[in-house]
Write a protein of this length. Structure first.
Length: 435
């Protein structure tokens, strides 16, 4: 089973205009591992944990989702997310699917009766900010045909106001998901929607959401986003009370809103071509596409990391390194942030590109935890010839954590690199002036 991990990814110096992407994670197992809920868990969380420990994945997922959405209806977004966080401590399968469940909470939380910004602000960064993404998805489906003006306007409030760039990314990435859903998972139409945005970083962030939704929908069709119908409002026709619904429906319904003609089906993945859809798209989309492509490769080859590394060597020369960044990100998720396993799996990449695997891996460490300790610790363990690239990647991640040079400089210095060269690599990635 494939589950989603997320939040910002590569930006800036290592590859200009490289926008954040999401990782896909394969985690096997359930709650029979002796784990228990934290002492402060609510009575509702404990009831869900006791009822939902089914050995069947689909039954367990449906049970937990029902409890989470009941808590959302009863107490609101914050308590529902707190309940999810508590249950995830006790159930490994919930932890693995945390981003998926937060999507469901965000989707159900949205209502046309409440300003978008207000609902969006109720979310948190829990499980790679999936709640933010779900709210954007639901808003976009409910608000009608996505002309260029509307596409730009969705996330404009988070550019007009002095908010963290991280939150702006969540909106733009969710916009990519929403466009893809609106067009019945017709990837080219969704990418064209992202083209309406006003700068490269915004477009790349949106493209990443499109490619993520394309892969998740193809590999895990029970993703909660598949249950969302167009809501009431311009072009919408049917979600009760302006909310998402809890019943599964055909994705084709997404594209049947007013002013949108039904589209020819789009083939999401091709088993015979590990580079599809990148292999058929315009060059302007290839950066974001290859930053997600190993998730498709690993789906096709049943998780063979070495096989995916071999496939990456067949990527176009200018995008090959990004394929290995994608592989590192997927390895980070698949090894559940275990540095020893991460080193072993990246070691299956050819030496020429191994440093890029490390880049993807440490960037995802920051993406998942919103902290830097594990990433810097990993950089100290890689081969000496790869350390500068690793520290530079960590510096890039600081751009999403700190709005000022002083904060980023302090992190690079506090990491205590073994040499001035490595400290400067971090500062260079963080775009901090070097004395």
């Amino acid at each position: 089973m494939i589950f989603a991990r997320s939040v910002p990814g590569p930006r800036g110096g290592l590859a200009p205009h490289l926008a954040p992407v999401l990782a896909l994670v394969v985690v096997l197992g359930g709650c029979g591992d002796g784990r228990s809920l934290p002492p402060g868990a609510s009575a509702e969380a404990r009831a869900a944990f006791e009822e939902c420990r089914s050995p069947q994945h689909d039954e367990r997922q449906a049970c937990y989702e029902r409890h989470l959405l009941d808590e959302l209806d009863r107490a609101g977004v914050g308590p529902a997310l707190e309940m999810l966080e508590a249950v995830a401590v006790g159930d490994l399968s919930v932890e693995a699917q945390g981003h998926v469940y937060t999507h469901a909470i965000g989707i159900e939380a949205y209502s046309l009766d409440t300003p978008f910004e207000e609902v969006f602000s109720e979310c948190t960064v829990l499980f790679q900010s999936g709640c933010y993404h779900g709210v954007v998805q639901a808003h976009f489906i409910a608000s009608g045909a996505p002309d260029a003006e509307r596409v730009v306007e969705v996330c404009a409030p988070f550019e007009r106001e002095p908010v963290d760039r991280w939150i702006l990314f969540q909106c733009l990435h969710g916009l990519g998901h929403g466009l893809t859903m609106f067009y019945g998972h017709h990837l080219p139409m969704a990418l064209e929607g992202c083209d309406s945005l006003t700068n490269d970083w915004n477009r790349e962030s949106c493209y990443g959401g499109v490619f993520m939704e394309n892969v998740v929908n193809a590999t895990d069709p029970h993703h909660p986003a598949s249950e969302l119908l167009p809501g009431e409002g311009e072009g919408g026709d049917g979600a009760e009370e302006g909310h998402g619904t809890r019943g599964a429906h055909d994705h084709a319904a997404m594209a049947m809103t007013e002013g949108v003609e039904p589209l020819e089906p789009w083939e999401a993945l091709r088993a015979e071509d590990p580079h599809y859809p990148c292999s058929v798209l315009d060059e302007r989309y290839l950066r974001a596409c290859y930053m997600m492509q190993t998730s498709a490769m690993l789906w096709h080859n049943e998780g063979d990391i070495g096989g995916a590394a071999t496939s990456c060597l067949d990527a176009p020369e200018g995008w090959r390194f990004l394929c290995f960044v994608s592989l590192g990100r997927d390895i980070s998720g698949r090894t559940v942030l275990d540095p020893d396993k991460g080193l072993d799996e990246c070691g299956k990449s050819p030496e020429e590109f191994r440093e890029w695997c490390y880049v993807g891996l440490v960037k995802n460490y920051v993406d998942v935890t919103a902290t830097t300790g594990a990433g810097f610790a990993f950089c100290r363990r890689v081969e000496p010839w790869a350390q500068a690239r690793c520290y530079e990647a960590m510096g890039e991640q600081l751009l999403g954590l700190y709005a000022d040079d002083a904060g980023r400089r302090e992190e690079c210095v506090a990491a205590r690199p073994e040499s001035e060269e490595l400290e400067q690599a971090c500062l260079r990635g963080a775009r901090v002036p070097i004395d």
